[in-house]
Design a protein around this ligand. Structure first.
Ligand code: FA5
Length: 344
């Protein structure tokens, strides 16, 4: 009996001695494992109770229970102290937060220049009442050529070298103009749409030509549509896009089978007045083709050309991106080089 009493007392003093030496939350956890876990010192003492006589158990049992409560309370108290210390430390850090302290810069992404320019262009045309439309990049011969008044064996097919697919009659669209036909068939006039999208041509590449590039198609159908409306729309768009009120446009007669008359649109160089490297000293920059919709095209779109007319345009969207950001080689734009893209 005297043994178990001594044993309990000496364990109690060991417990409190070691608890007083605990300095960190990690040490407290080690202490808990050593003393209070299932196989810890306190459990071992409880085990010893089994070997005592009934008489001894009557005295030692309550003593052991008192000890158990005492050490558990002491441990919980210490635990609370550590938690309070942790909270105090956290609060101290917050109160003394140094806003000027060094923080490693988080790498951030940015939108591709194409996406940025498409968003600007879409905002401008939406503000003029145009709808943004999408269309398939894999097209049929019919939509890409025939419906646009370019029948088989027409010499105009040579203007756009085509990637033909192995399935007969299917191709990668060579321009965004086939979306005009889809849009006319899906809607009733009057209509006003713009189509930013990819086009593919089987051409060799250089600084300003790639086999894949982006175009911006536009189509406006209503009664009594005139070239003046087309030119005003072009001018308003270019002036807003380049944020320059003095941009002028120059019209040159041109030929596209799907418009009549057809024109080529140049804009005055937004970067100079006397000629620079961007406009190659000409003061003018080629933007794209346009014209009044050909009656054959309107018919293919299910629209009566006697009742309705329209204008259409097809810009090199890639060209606009390069001009906006001063990119001199189209291949950089399509290269996926992070160092290049990080600049935008
Ligand atoms: C066309 O593609 C006509 N569909 C445009 C059009 C639409 C005219 C509606 C009339 C009415 P063109 O082949 O000229 O036209 O191409 C238009 C623009 O696309 C060019 O001015 C040029 O900026 C751009 N482009 C053409 N080929 C390439 C290429 N390989 N790489 C980069 N841009 C190109």
């Amino acid at each position: 009996m005297a043994d178990i009493n001594t044993c309990l007392r000496s364990y109690e003093s060991l417990f409190f001695q070691e608890l007083s030496e605990v300095n960190t939350a990690q040490e407290l956890e080690l202490f808990r494992t050593k003393h209070l876990s299932r196989h810890g010192e306190l459990s071992k003492l409880m085990q010893q109770l089994k070997d005592l006589s009934l008489e001894e158990k009557k005295t030692a049992g309550p003593l052991l229970n008192v000890l158990k409560v005492k050490v558990s309370d002491a441990f919980t108290q210490r635990e609370k102290e550590f938690e309070q210390m942790r909270i105090d430390h956290q609060n101290m850090l917050l109160t003394h937060f140094d806003v000027t302290a060094y923080k490693p810069v988080q790498p951030t992404g940015s939108l591709h220049p194409y996406t940025q320019v498409i968003e600007i262009i879409e905002d401008i045309f939406v503000s003029m009442g145009f709808e943004i439309v999408d269309g398939p990049e894999v097209e049929t011969d019919y939509y890409n050529f025939e419906a646009l008044n370019i029948p088989k064996d027409h010499p105009a097919r040579d203007m756009q070298d085509t990637f033909w697919l192995t399935l007969p009659g299917l191709l990668m669209r060579t321009h965004t103009s086939p979306v005009e036909i889809h849009a006319m068939r899906d809607r009733k006039p009057p209509l006003a749409i713009v189509v930013p999208g990819r086009a593919y041509r089987n051409e060799s590449t250089d600084a300003s030509h790639d086999f894949m590039f982006m175009q911006l198609e536009g189509l406006f159908i209503d009664k009594n549509v005139s070239l003046a409306q087309l030119f005003a729309t072009m001018k308003t768009f270019l002036q807003t896009f380049f944020e320059k009120k003095n941009i002028a446009i120059k019209i040159r007669p041109s030929y596209f089978p799907f418009v009549e008359p057809g024109v080529e649109i140049d804009m005055s160089c937004p970067f100079c007045t006397h000629g620079c490297s961007v406009c190659k000293k000409t003061k003018w920059i080629e933007i794209g083709g346009a014209g009044l919709c050909h009656p054959v095209v309107l018919k293919a779109g299910g629209i009566d050309p006697k009742e309705y007319g329209g204008f259409a345009f097809g810009f090199g969207l890639t060209r606009l991106v390069m001009l906006k950001y001063g990119i001199t080689d189209i291949r950089l734009l399509h290269s996926n080089k992070i160092d290049f893209l990080k600049q935008f």
